[in-house]
Design a protein. Sequence first.
Length: 200
Amino acid sequence: MDFILVRHVETTANVQKRFSGISDVKYTPQGEKQFIKLTHFLKKYSVDIIYSSPLSRALRIAQKVGEETHTPVKIIKSLAELNFGVFENLTFEEIQEKYYKEWMQWEQDALNYQIPKGDSFLLFHKRIGVFLDSIKNKKGVCMIVAHGGSIQCSIAHLLDLSITDGWHFFVPLGGIVEISYQENFGVLKSLVDFNKFSKR
């Protein structure tokens, strides 16, 4: 399977620097402009199916591309962003004020610490991996529209890297990652910052 991984565009939570994991947040005016440009650009890819996070910031892109290219769109719950639990929709400063103890525990062991009412990175990576394992050996090309964390996990899993190695890949808003997975071996073909690319 060849993978085209797409991160959603700018949201209000991105601008306000809020931990918006599983919360549904809207695009900013800039995000709306990026949405138009990005979906137009994504139409150039020939894909067999589009998989999307259920969250609207990703799903809007998937549905628009699917509609204009007559490609089926399948919503996959496990592609949602990390569930930040009690940290959801809070800024760094607000978390420090309200949940200092939990924040410090998370900082000390982000991989294994499960945020109250939320995920640990280990659980998050596992759910992404289970989905990818179910499709990676199929033939064809798929597009996955999701989130920064979801895509970092996907890169690490498909390239057979550790979970923490995935954190070394910065995927910008509107970023596009291409990975070819053939015969149990993943190859990173490209990582594009669409916003810089679209200004040329």
